[in-house]
Design a protein around this ligand. Structure first.
Ligand code: MG
Length: 366
């Protein structure tokens, strides 16, 4: 089987809640997603998607199509089922830029699944879950507003709440307390600072909420600062932005620097790389949020397959990013049931974009 054409499409995804705000004064009301279509000489077409947020990771949303265009030119004629060969070709064409490689890698997994007649989760190790518990991100607002949003999300079935935190310590202490006081038994609270605190700020918040059952996510910018905080607080620490590849994760495991990891597929460059990260965390007994930065139905499908094939002891939660948007470009996006994400059972990713919504391609490589 050979890749014969690669196309990219832009789709704007307005946030369902108006403005989504996180630490550092950052916010987004509409994200720009790139959907990639990989066509083969076998009549099989695969889809991937990448949707970076501005100033969130070392990723540039406007750069995704250009990266895909350059990478795609190196892949025409390659066999999309040979995922390690595809990734090596991409790595030899551009160093880094995982967010541009991810949609191509995911599209090739979609093709492999369709060629085998199997859902991607089977190829990633097998299905461990009928449906996977999800968290819901609560954008940064006033404390009582955040507690109100958590109540709305609870009514939709979510039992895990990730507060967008990382602001001034006094404000964050109030936010954490307000939402923690509103929780029902068994619910899980995460304060995601998104790199927003200094070491001292993180320690100040942790000491003030020492009695609260809350997970601290990416408290500081750098790895060393996060590790320092992890060693000095009693709360579990989840890392996200600073774990960028396998070598950093190896070091973090050896340093005992994390209790949880956010496994964002596009941060690592696709399902091929994210699966390795997932397996390292499984071996080290580190729980995971299986997710991506942002996106629509294709991102959610890739997330669902990786989450479904992750062992239950370490699969803390996942997310339904397509439900964060008011624009939907696939009618067969993963189902959501009682706050849980259901993986599609069709071959490949099991999601087919509606080309009428995506419109004309930005380019076509043949
Ligand atoms: Mg995070």
């Amino acid at each position: 089987m050979k890749i014969t054409a690669i196309r990219a499409y832009h789709v704007a995804l307005p946030y369902v809640g108006g403005t989504y705000s996180w630490s550092g004064g950052y916010s987004v009301s509409e994200a720009l997603s790139t959907v990639v279509e990989v066509e083969t000489d076998a009549g099989i077409t695969g889809y991937g998607e990448s949707c970076p947020l501005p100033n969130y990771l070392q990723a540039y949303g406007e750069g995704v199509p250009k990266g895909v265009e350059t990478l795609g030119a190196a892949l025409i004629g390659a066999d999309p089922r040979e995922l390690d060969r595809i990734n090596r070709l991409m790595d030899r064409t551009i160093i880094g830029h995982t967010y541009a490689k991810s949609p191509i890698d995911v599209a090739c997994w979609d093709i492999l699944g369709k060629a085998c007649g199997l859902p991607v989760y089977t190829l990633l190790g097998g299905r461990f879950h009928d449906a996977m518990p999800m968290y819901r991100a609560v954008p940064q607002r006033q404390p009582d507003e955040m507690a109100g949003l958590a109540a709305e999300f609870r009514a939709e079935g979510y039992r895990q709440f990730q507060l967008k935190s990382g602001g001034a310590p006094a404000d964050e202490i109030a936010r954490i307390r307000a939402v923690a006081d509103s929780l029902e038994p068994g619910e899980i609270l995460i304060a995601d600072a998104n790199r927003g605190w200094t070491r001292e700020g993180a320690l100040r918040v942790a000491r003030a909420v020492a009695d609260v059952d809350v997970i601290f996510e990416q408290p500081c910018d750098g790895y060393d600062a996060c590790r320092s905080v992890r060693r000095r607080i009693g709360h579990a620490v989840k890392l996200d932005e600073c774990i960028t590849d396998m070598t950093v994760l190896q070091r973090a495991i050896a340093d005992d620097a994390l209790d949880m990891l956010s496994v964002k597929i596009s941060r690592f460059g696709g399902l091929t790389a994210a699966r390795r990260i997932r397996d390292m965390c499984t071996a080290a007994e580190i729980e995971m949020t299986v997710e991506d930065v942002w996106g629509g139905a294709v991102v959610s499908a890739a997330v669902a397959h990786l989450a479904a094939s992750t062992q239950p002891e370490v699969m803390k939660n996942t997310t339904d990013l397509h439900n964060y948007n008011t624009v939907h470009f696939a009618s067969d996006a993963p189902d959501v049931r009682d706050g849980c994400l259901v993986p599609p059972e069709r071959p490949g990713l099991g999601v087919t974009p509606d080309m009428d919504v995506l419109g004309a391609p930005l380019f076509e490589i043949t």
